[in-house]
Design a protein around this ligand. Sequence first.
Ligand SMILES: [Zn+2]
Length: 443
Amino acid sequence: MISPAPGDELSSAALDTMLEETRALVRIPTVSADAGPAMRTGADAVAGLLGARGFDVSLLGTPTHPLVAGRRLVDPSLPTILVYGHYDVQPVGRLEDWHSAPFDPVVRDGRLHGRGTADSKGQLVAAVAGIDLAHRLGAPPCNVVLIADGEEEIGSPNLAATCTQHRDLLAADLVMAVDGSIHPSGRPVLALGARGLLCLELVATDQRVPLHSGNFGGAVPSPADRIARALVALGSPDGALAPPLAADAVTPTGDVLALVDALPAPELPDGVPARPAAEHYRRILLHPTFNVSSMEAGYTGPGFATTIPTSARARVDARLVPDQDPERLAQQVRDRLQELGIDVEVRMLARMPPTSTTPLDSASAAVTAALEQAYGRPPVVLPRLAGTVPVSILSDLLGVPAMVVPHGNPDQNNHAPNENLVIGQLRRAAEAMARTVRCPGLG
Ligand SMILES: [Zn+2]
């Protein structure tokens, strides 16, 4: 007898179940930045979902929100995939910007609207359903461990320590994150890793009162000037990291350049400079970047004040590529500013290394085939995700490669008002996961 393809098993009842499971999770306001009791409720709900789908469940405590782990083992001698997702969400912002209440999910125009629908509760539900489906079709050729992070939206500060503590439970041959968006063309995406991140705050403070710029200007330096000089020293006008700080970035190999140069043309929002596609992708995928995300100094209210301020600060972020290390880069920033005589305090806000290994050809081919079958179109293969997901922590800890397989719609409005998930993505995501798990050659 020919066993049915995973997609054939995704009946409309199965889709309704996934939709209800997603709705139930979205109703729990798991805003990790708020650290309220909903976080524990959310963790328990994910644990319940995993238990109902036949996983062995553990709730791993952290100093903040629990990490939920579910194991679906077949045979210890088979390869194991570690699937990473998260159940926490970003704050909702101004309620008046939402067309419906963020934690009361509603279906409109074929989409489920609500905070966390696409980022990433729907994707988590689909992954769990896909793994379950793969098992219901007969023992698959790999083991699966799924973890759901409760701290992703606050930079996963305890993920490394928690996973180190429970390393035996999480042992795997390949890490796969399910988060992010498919390509605007509708094709699925397979990213062979992710860029890293360093967020810093630069602070300049002078111990004096604000002074009249006519009476004291020219005799008293401004801390805002120091911040401006620091920003010029750290970045380039085109948004790249200044060359002295980018020395650890590896030169892309011919294979990686070929992958990037073959990518389909991006769809760019208004105001983004039009460039040849290859140049656009090289900038966002292959090179470290430097962004000034906020600046603050002096009086900015009605009218104006000709005052020399007493303090100034800026927040900056750099996206990192192999072999950059965020800790080392933070020290390089401090050293560079000191070398230039710019007296600015450098505070670390967040850090995540880039992934440093690439999945084996066999694993990439297996996931490529699964995605092509689920979407009816081949995936866009990226050398790494331009954004940052915390897979490098797992990849480095376990010494195995990591990939990112996103299923959110490109217009999901994640982190913004009116977040939504195209409901059909639940089916495609679950089918892709089921086919991946059933595919020999992983690990
Ligand atoms: Zn997010």
